[in-house]
Design a protein around this ligand. Structure first.
Ligand SMILES: *[C@@H]1O[C@H](CO)[C@@H](O)[C@H](O)[C@H]1NC(C)=O
Ligand SMILES: *[C@@H]1O[C@H](CO)[C@@H](O)[C@H](O)[C@H]1NC(C)=O
Length: 398
């Protein structure tokens, strides 16, 4: 039992460490531009998505702003873009600068286009924007693509909606960016005077989606399988009876409580999302809630150990339990595909599941060894019925 709590603690430690490691982020103030002598900015802002930052100097006398938009780019074969949207928020009608290599040759100069995004699949042309752009340049250095520009703020309004983006090229021109994850959230407002920036409304929604993901992955995706492992492998030890039962109930009950909270956030997110329904994820979620609730209530109807119907109850409880675990893991992966977070999150969850699987495998072998030994020892005796915690040969019928 002690080893069980150690495993629990290790798991939580592991999850916690992974979460903390993911929080660390570069801040924009530490950025030094490669042509540093001529490029110095008074303000900067680390943008919340796509590893990008915006640096600027605002000139109130003529309402112009010098900006540098800097974004992570593995190699100089893609495009980055940044721009203002004077008439709306988000991509449509945004007036943007796009930087991309002028040819596929390595080290080719970076071209800057100014484009109006008139649709979600805009034709990329170099056109004049609704506000003057007095200078433009771009460079690729050290894994970052940077656009430099001097532009006139529309109506001398220092608080503007802005958008930023990155993607790959097709036929030498910027191709449509991915329509999921961070690429749809890279928008917000920025105040060139105060330096204040707010993320797009989508951002609080993303936070809630992340909360939903963490709650459900931990409860349905980790605690439930852990609770099953506790029940299946601890009860073979005579000394762990009835402790395994209370541990199992505690684990599943906390998983259920956290899981229901996660389930609630999912329903709320679903009711708010207009036009998009993830049918598979939603239906599995509803089935999971129903089955898990059934398990909780079935506990109250559990026949006594010696009741002749107990064997049916056990069969029901175990099969529903396994279905819940299987569906939970499937739904966590479905959720990860919808949320499309950075790869490390999916990798972390895969690692946790593999770890639990490995633990279960080792314990399964150990259990069989113990049970077979017990059977061969007691085969000579008259009563071999109730030699294992009163469960007899039902022991491995979990
Ligand atoms: C632009 O606005 C700022 C702040 O309100 C003001 O100080 C500045 O004089 C304005 N500049 C122009 C050219 O209107
Ligand atoms: C885009 O248009 C602007 C303004 O007409 C011009 O100065 C710039 O050189 C053009 N850029 C390219 C890459 O054609």
């Amino acid at each position: 039992m002690a080893s069980k709590s150690i495993i629990c603690c290790l798991l939580f430690f592991f999850l916690h460490a992974a979460i903390t490691a993911c929080m660390g982020q570069e801040t924009c103030t530490s950025v030094v531009f490669s042509s540093a002598s001529s490029r110095l900015y008074t303000s900067c802002n680390s943008l919340p998505h796509l590893g990008a930052s915006l640096h600027w100097t605002y000139h109130p006398s003529d309402a112009t702003v010098d900006v540098a938009y800097r974004a992570k780019q593995q190699d100089p074969t893609g495009w980055v873009g940044w721009g203002l949207n004077p008439s709306a928020s988000g991509m449509l009608e945004a007036q943007v600068l796009l930087a991309f290599p002028s040819s596929s040759d390595n080290g080719a100069p970076i071209t800057v286009y100014t484009t109006t995004l008139d649709s979600y699949q805009p034709t990329i042309k170099n056109v004049t924007l609704s506000f003057p752009v007095y200078s433009r340049a771009a460079e690729y250095a050290g894994g970052f693509m940077t656009i430099y520009a001097n532009l006139q703020l529309p109506k001398n309004s220092t608080k503007v909606n802005h958008v930023w983006q990155a993607g790959t090229l097709s036929g030498g021109l910027p191709a449509t960016h991915p329509a999921s994850g961070d690429n749809t959230l890279s928008k917000g407002t920025i105040d060139f005077l105060s330096g204040e920036s707010t993320a797009a409304a989508g951002d609080s929604r993303l936070r809630r989606k992340n909360t939903h993901g963490v709650l459900n992955a931990v409860s349905w995706g980790v605690l439930m399988p852990m609770g099953a492992i506790i029940a299946r492998y601890l009860k073979v030890f005579k000394s762990a009876d009835p402790a395994w039962f209370y541990l199992h109930v505690a684990c599943q009950f906390s998983a259920y409580v956290i899981g229901v909270a996660g389930w609630g956030t999912g329903l709320k997110l679903g009711s708010e999302s207009t036009g998009i329904t993830y049918h598979g994820h939603r239906n599995i979620g509803i089935a999971l809630f129903s089955l898990a609730t059934l398990q909780v209530f079935a506990l109250l109807l559990r026949p006594n150990k010696d009741n002749k119907h107990r064997i049916y109850w056990d069969a029901y409880h175990h099969s529903v339990g396994y279905v819940v675990i299987l569906l939970s893991v499937i739904n966590v992966f479905k959720g990860l595909d919808i949320l499309d977070p950075e790869k490390k999150w999916k990798d972390t969850y895969i690692a946790v599941i593999v770890l639990l699987g490995a633990i279960a495998l080792v314990l399964e072998v150990l259990t069989w060894v113990i049970v077979l030994k017990r059977r061969s020892r007691s085969s000579g005796k008259s009563s071999s019925q109730n030699d294992t915690n009163g469960y007899g040969r039902q022991n491995l019928g979990v």
